[in-house]
Design a protein. Structure first.
Length: 570
């Protein structure tokens, strides 16, 4: 399930605890309890005895023993008292939670992640704020501390990370730490503004649609058809010579007498072809043939190889080319087989093809729909993100595509007539000009609590760049980056429920219903389903704790205002 994001997800969870405080208390918390913040966004490695914070020319020191006594027993000594007296009582409890919260991460997984380009980029940034005793970058100390803390029998806690930092003193650059806190808070505030605008616009659209909800049926329910499930391994001899590029695929083929329309599903990074089995079976039951390739360069097995030290990268840059190429090669191959293989003969309609993908699979869907890689924009964005320290975590992946400079940038497959991108990444990869190359119906699904591919930066802003008339933005109000992913026995790392978010079964029901409505409308061209792509229908589906909203357009002014102060919203 996206194993490289597990350490990041742990840090995000601690940050979200702090953000749950009232705004006034939150500001005082940032200022007075710098230790909790700095460590919460760092992951220190062998025996720091004290934490020293610098703020301009001033410096204060606090022993790790004092922090430990407070975290474990609520004991406040003379060292810690001056800081705690400045903070509201509920903030003090939050600090105890942040210091002692345990993340059960495999030390090998942590180690492998921190030696990838993405892990090193994150450590380089954190090392500016969390430094060694000499005042130098804490890059190496953070890496060793995190690995050793994860291997410790007490597990990876922020206190334990301190205990394993390799110098007696760990220095926190308060100026840099406070800047990071401000950037995070700015992103949170801007995202809340954008999400509020989506909710209000969805309500306005529902009010003007003049539709009755009485005639709607529940599209998340299975259809009446049965299907055959066929598995095979494909080999593309044009890639990775002389052995060729191999990848497995599952076909879900309805038992009908007529050729069926086709939907291709592209899984996310570190996942596999079972992650969206629930959607494949649902669409097959309603008469769609579903092709599910497993992208071998970024699947769960690749992550297992990374954790075993057999791979050096979370996903090689070549994967930005291989993923869409996998889908086009799959369609080519099955088209040939359907003319000769009795099991497949005359069962598919290649004039009616759609695609859906999540996360890295969302990137795959966008490229097949026509979005074009803009590597000059990507280079500028990555440089600017480093300078302005954007907290868009997905840039750690997107910026690796710079290594494919000079190679293919356009992967539009003319057979694709409609696409759904769930939690996609691509703002830096495509930019405005890249998104404007899409000329087919497109639906983008965002999650309001997505801390991996933030909704404002990776879905809402790109939605505004689209020129195509038939465009939809669905927002899962309480959803996370992982809410729509189904369970799989082959996940490299299982994420805790706090990271997955509330009630993922509800999010999966939304995906079932919205995908069926979209593909019936634009792939089958059954216009009876068009009313289901409405804010009115979405309002009938919406349930707590994950609200659902749909917009077809967004006003520029509120979002421009939200974007002006956010690093990464360019």
């Amino acid at each position: 399930m996206v194993s490289f994001l597990s350490p990041v997800a742990f840090l995000t969870r601690q940050h979200n605890r702090i953000l749950s405080l009232p705004i006034a208390n939150r500001r005082r918390f940032w200022g007075s309890l710098w230790v909790g913040l700095a460590i919460a966004w760092g992951q220190p490695s062998l025996g720091a005895e004290q934490v020293s914070a610098t703020y301009g020319v001033f410096e204060r020191t606090l022993s790790v023993d004092a922090l430990e006594a407070y975290a474990k027993y609520g004991q406040v000594d003379g060292e810690l008292a001056p800081y705690l007296n400045l903070a509201p009582r509920d903030s003090r409890d939050t600090l105890r939670d942040v210091l002692s919260a345990r993340a059960d991460l495999d030390p090998v997984a942590v180690s492998q992640f921190l030696y990838t380009p993405q892990g090193e980029a994150l450590l380089q940034r954190l090392g500016q704020a969390i430094q060694s005793g000499s005042g130098g970058s804490g890059f190496k100390g953070l890496r060793s501390a995190l690995i050793l803390a994860a291997a410790d029998e007490e597990g990876l806690t922020l206190l334990n990370v301190l205990r394993h930092f390799p110098t007696p003193t760990l220095r926190v650059n308060f100026n840099q730490t406070f800047r990071m806190a401000q950037q995070l808070q700015t992103l949170v505030n801007a995202s809340e503004t954008a999400l509020a605008e989506v909710r209000e616009q969805s309500q306005r659209e529902a009010d003007t649609e003049n539709l009755s909800s009485d005639g709607f049926v529940d599209l998340s329910q299975p259809g009446r058809l049965t299907w055959d499930e066929i598995s095979m391994t494909l080999r593309d001899p044009s890639r990775n010579p002389p052995w060729g590029h191999r990848f497995p695929v599952d076909l879900y083929v309805p038992r009908t007498t007529e050729p069926t329309p086709i939907i291709v599903i592209s899984h996310g990074l570190g996942s596999d072809r079972n992650a969206f089995r629930y959607l494949a079976e649902h669409l097959a039951s309603h008469g769609f043939a579903v092709f599910v390739p497993e992208h071998s360069g970024s699947n769960a097995k690749h992550m297992e190889a990374l954790l075993a030290g057999q791979e050096q990268e979370i996903a090689k840059p070549q994967e930005f080319i291989d993923r869409p190429s996998d889908v086009s090669f799959l369609l080519d191959t099955i088209a040939v087989l359907s003319r000769s293989d009795p099991q497949l003969h005359d069962r598919f309609d290649f004039d009616r093809v759609g695609v859906v993908g999540q996360s890295f699979g969302g990137y795959t869907a966008l490229t097949l729909a026509g979005a074009e890689l803009n590597l000059s924009h990507l280079a500028q964005t990555c440089d600017r993100a480093r300078e302005e320290q954007s907290w868009n975590v997905s840039f750690l992946l997107q910026c690796r595509a710079l290594a494919i400079s000079g190679q293919q940038r356009q992967f539009r497959d003319p057979r694709i007539r409609g696409a759904i991108a769930i939690n996609p990444v691509g703002s830096a990869l495509f930019g405005r000009s890249g998104y404007q190359r899409i000329e087919i119906p497109i639906a983008i699904v965002a999650s309001g609590a997505d801390t991996v591919a933030p909704a404002l930066l990776e879905q809402i802003q790109p939605f505004r760049w689209l020129n195509v008339a038939e465009r939809y933005l669905f927002v899962l109000g309480g959803g996370t980056h992982f809410s729509t992913i189904g369970e799989s026995e082959e996940e490299a790392v299982s994420l805790p429920s706090a990271v997955v978010g509330p009630d993922p079964s509800l999010a999966r029901d939304y995906v079932r219903a919205l995908s069926l409505a979209f593909f019936q409308t634009y792939i089958v061209e059954n216009l009876e389903f068009r009313d289901y792509l409405s804010a009115t229908y979405v309002r009938t589906l919406s349930r707590d704790p994950i609200s659902l909203h749909l917009v077809r357009q967004l006003e520029d002014a509120p979002l421009e205002t939200a974007c002006t102060t956010v690093a990464g919203c360019w």
